[in-house]
Design a protein around this ligand. Structure first.
Ligand SMILES: [Mg+2]
Length: 153
């Protein structure tokens, strides 16, 4: 997916890395509307990958349901290392907590989701955009006008 951003230029995103708790799920539940948006992003040619410690052992079933893949990462350092497998020029990240700084640091565009669980203030210097919900975060990448309006100079 290509975004033409006034004052910045073209940004291409091929992969979006998601965090699980507080990002893809809120209080343990994936909000309504997420699956449809993930399908849409897939149609637009964006690969979605979940980075999670998988402490509850549910990541495989969840990702099968949602049609996405996942990588086991238990710490900020493991998330940062896993990001090394993706092109930092074309990979975006969505997260909410300090552990996600490892992901944010190597992403082209980073989005924080406030939601009911909140975000840690320490992540603010590492993110480009803050949105209220995961659905807003996914819409940010679906709607090129929203992306351009928020990212433009
Ligand atoms: Mg989280």
């Amino acid at each position: 997916m290509n975004y033409e951003v006034p004052g910045v230029g073209e940004i291409e995103i091929k992969v979006i890395v998601l965090d699980l708790n507080g990002t893809l799920s809120v209080n343990g539940q994936v909000p309504d509307g997420v699956k449809q948006r993930l399908d849409k992003l897939n149609e637009l040619g964006i690969e979605i990958v979940l980075f999670t410690g998988d402490q509850r052992g549910t990541a495989q079933d969840l990702c099968d349901d949602l049609g996405i893949s996942f990588v086991r990462c238990k710490s900020l350092e493991e998330k940062e290392k896993a990001m090394g497998n993706y092109d930092s020029e074309t990979t975006a990240a969505i997260g909410n907590a300090r552990i996600d700084i490892g992901t944010f640091k190597k992403a082209k565009v980073s989005v924080a989701t406030l939601q009911a669980e909140g975000i840690h203030a320490g992540i603010l210097e590492h993110v480009d955009v803050v949105v209220p919900t995961i659905n807003d975060a996914l819409d940010f990448f679906i709607d090129t006008n929203t992306f351009a309006a928020t990212m433009r100079m």
